[in-house]
Structures are given as C-alpha cells and as structure tokens.
Design a protein around this ligand. Structure first.
Ligand code: 0O2
Length: 234
C-alpha cells in the first residue's frame, strides 16, 4: 500500500464513525504534511535557542544548566485521537487552535533553580511569546508530578510567510524526569496488582525526590561558596 494511503487508513480507523475514507482527500493530507513540517521547524528553532543558551553559559564559567534536551512531534494518529477525545473539530485549523502540544520539547536540568533560569532566559527573547505557564514544581499534581510547563509561540520564516508556531516546553530536573517516566507507564497499564499501593509509593517517592533536589542545591551552594572563598584566598 502506498505510504499516503496507509496514513489515510490509520486516520479513518481512528476517526471511525465520524468520517468515511472518501472524506479524507489526498490534497487535505498534503496540507497536513505541510503543517506538521512547520511544527518540526518550530521544534528545531526552540531547540537551537536552548542549545545556544547552554553553550553561552558554559563559556561564561557557569555549570551547564541543561543536561539534555528531548523533542518530539506528536504522531498524526495521536493528534487526531486527541481532537476527537476533546470533542474538537477535525481540521487543520482545529489542530492549531486546540492543540498546544503537537510540538513538544523536554529540557532536563541538574538543579531546580536552573529550571527557572532557563525558562526566564528563553521567554525573555524578544521573538518568543509566552502563552501560558503551569508550574507543577510550586504546585505539584496530587500524584506527585513535578515539572515546569510553558506554551510558547515562536515565529518561523517560510518561503512566503512568517508564521507563529506553538511549542510545549516541559522543564524538569533529572530526578523529576526519572520519576515521571516511571509514573507515565501507569497510563498504559490497566492490570497492575495493588494499583492503589503503587500510586501511593510513587507519591512518596516524588516527595523524597523533591526533598533531595532541594538538598542537592544546598550542597552545591556550599561547595561553590568554599571554592569561591578558596580562590579568593589564593
Ligand atoms: P504524553 O503521553 O506524555 O504526551 P493538554 O496538554 O492540554 O492535553 P493538560 O493536562 O492540561 O493537557 O496539560 P499538562 O498538565 O501541561 O500536561 C501535558 C503533559 O505533561 C502530558 O502530556 C505529560 O507529558 C506531562 N504530564 C502531565 N501530568 C503528568 C503526570 O501526572 N505524570 C506524567 N508522567 N506526566 C504528566 P500527555 O499528552 O498527557 O501525555
């Protein structure tokens, strides 16, 4: 089966009763490809901004605040599934209006204060527009989830236009990320034995991790202070 027909088949499977195959035209799919390419361009743009900030800070003698950057463009089937789940129209306009996470970037930092530094440095760039913030570090979710989320918009220059594109940026520490990746598995497992106990254990681990993240900053500050005093005395 040619690639595009296979994609149409998947779309129709996801949308099932809402749409029949004849309603998804190849020309509409071409436009979807074009939109998805624009989200991928936005990911590259924001990734580059973050990499430049990290490189610059390390040259200025700071520890690299960013340990790792992951990015992903949401799969077509998941985009359509989410629109359907939210009860939104299935159209190109609807994707742009109703979904903020088609382009997603996850930034992993060593320390909690790096998270806020990186977020502030990014949104203070004059071509970055901050759309919304969810601070799950100050306000953790009941399950213990901690992370700093921003929806931003960046202008992307194409052959015939400049278009603002939305990107979801999640920023968290290495430890918060470790926790979230294990907890995320719960979403896809329905048959866990003693699920309530596992949820409670995870919540306790999240608290322990939060306390450890805080302690690590204090230890870093003590080490930095000793090093600075040492270098002044030399
Ligand atoms: P996936 O599979 O990671 O893509 P919205 O983004 O509008 O759908 P919401 O819930 O208002 O909805 O956004 P929010 O709270 O900013 O969360 C968006 C993403 O953050 C999620 O995307 C997850 O990646 C992550 N996240 C939020 N809460 C949790 C949590 O409790 N545990 C874990 N492990 N991750 C979380 P998706 O699309 O839900 O999931």
């Amino acid at each position: 089966m040619p690639k595009k027909e296979g994609t149409i088949r998947k779309i129709v499977d996801v949308l099932s009763s809402d749409l029949d195959e004849s309603q998804v035209s190849l020309s509409e799919l071409d436009k979807l490809d074009d939109l998805l390419m624009r989200y991928e361009a936005a990911i590259r743009e924001v990734r580059t901004k973050l990499e430049i900030l990290n490189d610059e800070l390390s040259l200025r003698g700071y520890e690299n605040p960013i340990v790792n950057i992951f990015s992903r463009r949401k799969k077509t089937v998941n985009i359509l599934e989410k629109l359907k789940r939210q009860g939104d129209p299935i159209s190109l306009e609807s994707i742009q209006e109703n979904l903020n996470d088609v382009a997603g970037i996850r930034v992993i930092c060593s320390f909690i204060d790096d998270i806020y530094d990186v977020a502030n440095m990014l949104v203070s760039q004059d071509d970055v527009t901050l759309i919304s913030v969810k601070d799950y570090i100050q306000n953790p979710k009941p399950n213990g989830y901690r992370s700093y989320h921003m929806i931003i918009e960046v202008p992307i220059f194409f052959s015939n236009e400049k278009r603002p594109m939305r990107v979801e940026v999640q920023i968290r520490t290495v430890a918060m990320d470790f926790w979230a990746s294990l907890e995320h598995r719960m979403k896809y497992k329905q048959d866990i034995e003693n699920a309530d106990e596992v949820i409670e254990e995870l919540r306790k681990c999240a608290d322990t991790i939060a306390a450890t993240d805080k302690k690590m900053m204090e230890i870093r500050d003590q080490i930095t202070k000793v090093n600075n005093e040492g270098s002044l005395a030399d």
